[in-house]
Write a protein that binds this ligand. Structure first.
Ligand SMILES: *[C@@H]1O[C@H](CO)[C@@H](O)[C@H](O)[C@H]1NC(C)=O
Ligand SMILES: *[C@@H]1O[C@H](CO)[C@@H](O)[C@H](O)[C@H]1NC(C)=O
Ligand SMILES: *[C@@H]1O[C@H](CO)[C@@H](O)[C@H](O)[C@H]1NC(C)=O
Ligand SMILES: *[C@@H]1O[C@H](CO)[C@@H](O)[C@H](O)[C@H]1NC(C)=O
Ligand SMILES: *[C@@H]1O[C@H](CO)[C@@H](O)[C@H](O)[C@H]1NC(C)=O
Ligand SMILES: *[C@@H]1O[C@H](CO)[C@@H](O)[C@H](O)[C@H]1NC(C)=O
Length: 623
């Protein structure tokens, strides 16, 4: 406790004396595609013939099922990237090639060389003896190499090469163990425990951050420690496993919720810790990265909260949608997967500095329209540690190219989770998926492109070299305590709270502009809030952007599917001052129905945002 308090004082001192430097200039970036294992012509047994792979070391599936293909980060030497793949087409046993089957985790060479057997990849999990890999968890997403280089996080499992570097010839299947991760949530330790998702490893190799759904589709985020349990006496599975212990709920009960009311006056609290979805850690692990409540209407951003002080920083502010992010190990840069540049979301979020009032009902929709089904609109963006500011919105990593089919900047290849920096800070790896039917072809106006990568896979793995940078030795990870000073302990037996970034009751309120004007706000609903209706008069927080007009939005959840939202939206907003902008619905309003799991755009009516004469319209249905 005393230690935490003194660390707090120390850190606050550091932060307040820090000034935000001017924006960096764009830098040269060279992007190449990394080679993957050969692609199987089909899933049929034996389809991976010696013509396709003369060495008999497997072929991978062309299509990508859910997380079947997913690239992660680098080994410490920066020469290998960890990737989850689905091997298919292997011959049956006893053919030695029969081991290359099913979902496996591999390393791919990132330096143009081959492993000793002549392949440019190596399977880490294939042929691990069954007694070394008991009761593996089915979840094998977000592969991540430990900083130590001898272990990997593989979904809800830890792959451990017994002290050998994963990339070395010494790391053989016989020396490899794979252990499931168990999160005990029962007071008596019984049962299978909780269902952590989107696990991210802290740079100290000991702690994890993760998200978990509540029964009603809400989400809480947690921080805990990995502890090896060689001989568990309770809970399932009862095999050697890693237990998640000392779990903290990432919520500070002593702070206000993000939106609060003092009688009839609403206020937003930028220091609220409201971790919507955990996205990982800063490079040294002094901050937790997450998607938080929007600070401007429908503008979803990434935030960082300090593990000790709980100080919150907004990292992105571009009106487009951001999701996966990864920091450089020296803590000075991050790369974000963002829809900026695609204009995907500008029709609803393009008007800046609108307070996030309608977000009480539109947040799910705003985070759904960014995709068209499996088609993401993300590209990797390199941003310095201080984040978007002024006219600085980072640099697109893969901007070079002519935009043609298969080019580095072909917009039909979309970024996916997670990108990563090499430990020395000179390289970034990211992967992309190609748009596929029904997001193209058929009734869709976008024709389906043919993959230009060898074997025509629907995914590709890209290496970006930051050619003007010199290699750096990464600093030591931040010494993070097991109990975060501001978080809520979450021992086994605790009940997950219903997460919400506000605690407001229906009623009539006002929100005063920090500079001028007022918004009168009606929050309508029976119990929860279904409708937000706002009237703006000369409303300005910054003295540069002034909003007049009104908007109202009603949300209906189409039970029993809690993910399916219908939105009835009416807007007539005018912004003056630093920009001239409008946000208007057409006659009869705008009506959207969208399932936040499927993300297929289906709307009637129109919603259009115009900024200094540039018009942004909603996407067409199904696109
Ligand atoms: C790696 O192996 C491939 C395929 O056998 C071969 O064409 C290539 O020359 C090898 N590369 C090096 C650097 O040895
Ligand atoms: C809120 O204001 C509206 C419009 O003035 C009014 O019709 C409504 O009755 C008010 N609601 C409450 C709960 O006071
Ligand atoms: C808006 O508020 C500013 C600051 O108080 C004031 O200068 C301006 O005249 C107001 N505009 C209108 C239209 O009331
Ligand atoms: C929203 O605006 C529309 C169009 O002016 C109007 O018909 C509707 O009654 C309004 N709804 C609410 C809840 O204020
Ligand atoms: C906004 O429109 C007004 C009135 O037409 C004009 O005077 C002003 O220059 C415009 N502002 C910008 C930023 O274009
Ligand atoms: C749009 O209109 C069609 C035809 O009237 C209707 O079937 C559909 O449900 C409407 N969609 C929305 C989102 O309102």
């Amino acid at each position: 406790m005393h230690l935490a308090a003194s660390l707090f004082a120390l850190y606050v001192g550091t932060v307040s004396s820090q000034t935000v430097p001017s924006a960096p200039s764009p830098e040269p970036i060279e992007v190449v595609e990394l080679r993957l294992p050969p692609i199987a012509p089909s899933d049929a047994t034996g389809a991976c013939t010696s013509d396709v792979n003369p060495r008999g070391t497997g072929c991978i599936r062309r299509e990508m099922g859910d997380h079947e293909f997913q690239a992660g980060d680098f080994t410490p030497d920066g020469n290998h990237v960890i990737v989850n793949v689905a091997f298919v087409g292997a011959p049956g046993a006893p053919d030695p090639a029969s081991i290359y089957t099913g979902e496996q985790v591999i390393l791919v060479k990132a330096d143009g060389t081959n492993f000793t057997n002549g392949d440019h990849w190596k399977c880490l999990s294939c042929a691990v003896p069954p007694e070394n890999a008991r009761s593996l968890d089915e979840q094998k997403d977000y592969p991540h190499v430990f900083r130590s280089g001898d272990k990997a996080l593989w979904g809800h499992n830890v792959l451990d090469c017994g002290g050998h570097q994963l990339s070395s010839d010494d790391c053989t299947p016989e020396k490899t163990h794979i252990y499931p991760i168990h999160w005990n949530t029962a007071a008596d330790g019984s049962g299978r425990g909780g269902a952590p998702r989107e696990l991210r490893l802290h740079p100290d190799d000991r702690h994890l951050g993760f998200s978990s759904f509540t029964a009603t589709g809400g989400q809480n985020c947690y921080f805990g420690r990995l502890e090896f349990n060689a001989d568990p006496q309770v809970g399932e599975p009862r095999v050697p496993r890693y237990d998640l212990v000392d779990v903290n709920l990432l919520f500070d009960p002593n702070r206000q919720k993000y939106l609060s009311a003092d009688d009839k006056d609403l206020s937003f609290h930028d220091d609220a810790i409201s971790v919507g979805e955990l996205r990982g850690f800063s490079g040294v692990g002094d901050e937790i990265l997450y998607i938080g409540p929007s600070r401007e209407a429908n503008n979803i951003d990434v935030y960082a909260v300090h593990v000790i002080t709980g100080a919150v920083r907004r990292l992105t502010s571009h009106p487009e949608y951001v999701d996966p992010v990864a920091f450089s190990h020296d803590n000075q840069w991050f790369v974000a997967m963002d829809t900026r540049g695609s204009d995907r979301q500008m029709w609803m979020s393009g008007m800046r500095y609108v307070p996030p009032l309608i977000d009480v009902v539109t947040i799910t929709v705003a985070s759904s329209t960014r995709n068209n089904g499996m088609r993401r609109f993300f590209q990797p963006i390199l941003i310095d540690r201080y984040g978007d500011r002024g006219n600085y919105f980072g640099q697109q990593v893969n901007a070079a190219g002519d935009g043609s089919d298969g080019a580095v900047n072909d917009p039909n290849w979309n970024g996916r989770a997670d990108p990563a920096f090499s430990h020395d800070g000179t390289k970034i790896v990211y992967w992309q998926a190609l748009v596929v039917s029904p997001a193209c072809g058929g009734a869709n106006p976008l024709p389906c492109p043919v993959s230009s990568s060898p074997g025509h896979p629907e995914f590709r793995l890209m290496l970006a070299k930051l050619t003007s940078r010199s290699p750096k030795t990464p600093p030591e990870p931040f010494d993070v305590p097991d109990k975060l000073p501001w978080a809520t302990p979450f021992p086994p037996g605790s009940v997950p709270p219903e997460s919400s970034s506000n605690s407001i009751q229906p009623g009539n309120y006002t929100l005063k502009g920090k500079f001028s004007g007022v918004a009168t706000v009606q929050l309508i609903g029976d119990g929860g809030i279904d409708t937000v209706a706002v009237d703006y008069t000369n409303f300005s927080d910054d003295g540069k952007h002034f909003i007049d007009g009104w908007e109202n939005v009603t949300r209906t959840i189409l039970y029993p599917n809690v993910w399916n939202n219908k939105i009835d939206w009416y807007s007539d907003l005018v912004q003056s001052g630093a920009v001239n902008a409008t946000k208007k619905t057409g006659l009869g309003g705008f009506h959207l129905e969208i399932d936040a799991v499927l993300n297929i755009f289906n709307a009637n009516g129109t919603l259009t945002t115009t900024i200094d004469g540039v018009e942004y319209k909603q996407p067409a249905n199904g696109t």
